[in-house]
Ligand binder design. Structure first.
Ligand code: HAS
Length: 535
């Protein structure tokens, strides 16, 4: 619950910043000058609170609950480690947020150099990362304990999936840790005058693309294990779920350069290699889509649905624990297709740095992932507080899912179209209006403002539901749904749980994809030509 409190406060404040942004971009509204908050500052608040704080706190809270539910309660030592991690994250968040609010860290959520923040901001982020490691270590300790107590057995699926995501997170955040500790912190403290920008961006994106899968995988956990139970089905295949998570672990890393396809200084050959590897990371999502369709069709037919689409109608549409993740899945069809466009080197030239990309991630993280998280919160919060999801709250939950889907559809559809016509990303309206304007963006911006306003209203509704589920709903027992594997499913091969084998392949793939590009960046930089050094 401690994680949920922080996550939902971040949702409210981050959502408010989002509302201000779409209003400013519509050209109809200017931020009150008295508050002295600029557009980029609001954008930074929005990105950090929603993309970094809401996600990390929600995910770690959900994973702790999932591991404890399926592998047994945490020991006292494990809980202590967890609390230290949690408080480090809270202190780090408060430090970083203070600097952003003081306008000393208006560096957007990617905090790229050459934008520079106050050193306290970087230190705050470091604390968030170190705290999150402790929370991951706590889960890994529980997993190892379970394995010792059950020699030769395959671990509970939900615990295994959470562990894979924890390992993914630790491996990913090593990249950003190196960037912050060896480049950004010394630079912001004035210890070094200059740093290698390309190197910092490459380290960031080694982390950044894996980060998007750190957000996605908890949603997939809910899809594979929770949603089947909610609709009364069984897990289609335990092996397929484990395989898809292992593929994510391997292919989340050697792909970061697909965010840097337009950057000079990285050889075209390595861009090509990472584009090809990006197409490999699409495969586990296609496996997941297949598995979900299979689960839904089998269950729909069990419920009496006939014909090509009869099974579809038979699904429990009135249950918000199912409806919200389902809307998230539907959004992931265009969201994922947009990702494939982004990754295709030539098409990337058209969409890169346009508002198309903003449309892409509002479908993926802000719809697919976040709607699934809301669907999870609707049973997880009452499960933790000893209350129940009443029919009224469930009904409001469904309304919130439909409103969120509608707001995002309007907003991200127009973002995609405007992006294709060349509207830049991350620009204040006034900076690209006026005489040089190639198109009249106003209708697109107004549509985005309408979508954004619907989203903010939905956030208020979600907060109402969450507050009720936390303090006011009737006392009772809400189930933590965990489905069983279908009786006819194949036995899970032990190799899928052999972390040593997958670990070696993972390290080999990372070294293959990054050693030469990073060596070349360092040796070809002005500082690098004088000697091998970080700055
Ligand atoms: Fe992305 C940029 C490529 C997935 C998030 N992405 C971003 C940014 C973010 C982000 C935040 O290659 C901006 C970063 C920044 O600030 O600059 N992305 C991809 C690819 C995928 C992908 C290939 N992205 C995600 C996910 C995200 C996310 C997931 C968050 C959670 N992305 C890129 C690239 C860029 C990029 C480039 C850089 C662009 C640039 O130039 O700057 C793939 O993983 C997508 C694969 C997904 C699928 C869809 C499978 C569908 C499923 C649903 C099934 C539905 C069912 C429902 C069962 C192939 C699983 C039944 C339905 C019925 C109707 C019955």
């Amino acid at each position: 619950m401690a994680h949920m409190y922080v996550a939902f406060i971040a949702l409210l404040l981050g959502g408010l910043a989002g509302l201000l942004q779409v209003l400013v971009r519509s050209g109809e509204f200017t931020l009150p000058t008295g508050i002295k908050i600029g557009y980029y500052q609001v954008l930074t608040v929005h990105g950090i609170l929603l993309a970094l704080i809401l996600t990390t706190f929600f995910i770690l809270g959900f994973q702790l609950a999932a591991v404890s539910r399926t592998a047994g309660a945490f020991t006292n030592t494990q809980r202590k480690i967890g609390w230290i991690g949690f408080w480090l994250m809270v202190i780090g968040t408060a430090a970083a947020a203070t600097m952003v609010l003081l306008n000393k860290a208006t560096v957007l959520y990617t905090f790229y150099a050459p934008l520079q923040a106050h050193w306290i901001f970087y230190l705050g982020l470091t604390l968030v990362v170190v705290g999150s490691w402790l929370l991951c270590i706590m889960q890994i300790m529980k997993y190892r304990e379970w394995k010792k107590a059950h020699p030769g057995e395959i671990s509970p699926l939900l615990t295994f999936l959470a562990i894979v995501n924890s390992i993914l997170w630790i491996t990913a955040s090593l990249g950003v840790a190196v960037e912050v500790l060896f480049q950004l912190l010394p630079w912001s403290l004035g210890l070094v005058e200059r740093i290698d920008i390309l190197l910092s961006r490459t380290l960031f994106w080694y982390f950044g693309h894996a980060l998007v899968y750190f957000w996605l995988l908890p949603a997939y956990m809910a899809w594979y294990v929770v949603v089947p139970k909610v609709i009364g089905a069984k897990i289609f295949s335990d092996s397929l779920a484990r395989l898809s998570f292992m593929l994510f672990l391997l292919f989340s890393f050697p792909v970061g350069i697909h965010h840097q396809l337009t950057e000079p200084g990285i050889d075209g050959f390595w861009k090509f290699i990472q584009v090809v590897l990006t197409f490999f990371v699409v495969i586990p999502s296609l496996l997941t889509a297949f598995s979900m369709f299979a689960t839904f069709e089998l269950r729909g037919r069990e419920l009496g649905g006939r014909g090509i689409l009869g099974w579809f109608k038979a699904l429990p549409w009135g249950d918000s624990r199912f409806l919200l993740p389902f809307i998230g899945m539907v959004a992931f069809i265009p969201g994922g297709a947009g990702g494939i466009v982004n990754a295709s080197h030539q098409m990337n030239q058209l969409v890169h740095n346009t508002i198309w990309v903003t449309g892409h991630f509002h479908l993926t993280v802000a719809t697919t992932v976040v709607l699934t998280f809301f669907g999870v919160a609707f049973w997880l919060i009452p499960h933790l507080t000893g209350r129940t999801l009443t029919p009224k709250l469930n009904y409001l939950g469904n309304i919130s899912g439909i409103l969120w889907g509608t707001g995002m559809l309007i907003m991200s559809f127009t973002m995609h179209i405007a992006g294709l016509l060349g509207a830049p990303r991350r620009s204040e309206f006034s900076t690209y209006g006026g005489a040089e304007m190639a198109y009249d963006w106003v209708p697109y911006q107004i549509a985005q403002a309408i979508g954004g306003t619907i989203l903010f209203i939905t956030i208020i509704l979600i907060m109402y539901i969450v507050i009720n589920l936390t303090w006011f709903a009737p006392k009772g027992q809400e189930e933590f749904p965990v489905a069983e594997v279908a009786a006819g499913a194949e036995k899970t091969p032990a190799i899928l749980e052999n972390f040593k084998v997958w670990g070696i392949i993972l390290v080999a793939l990372i070294l293959f994809a990054y050693t030469i590009p990073i060596y070349e960046i360092i040796t070809n930089s002005p500082a690098g030509s004088k000697g091998f050094q970080f700055w």
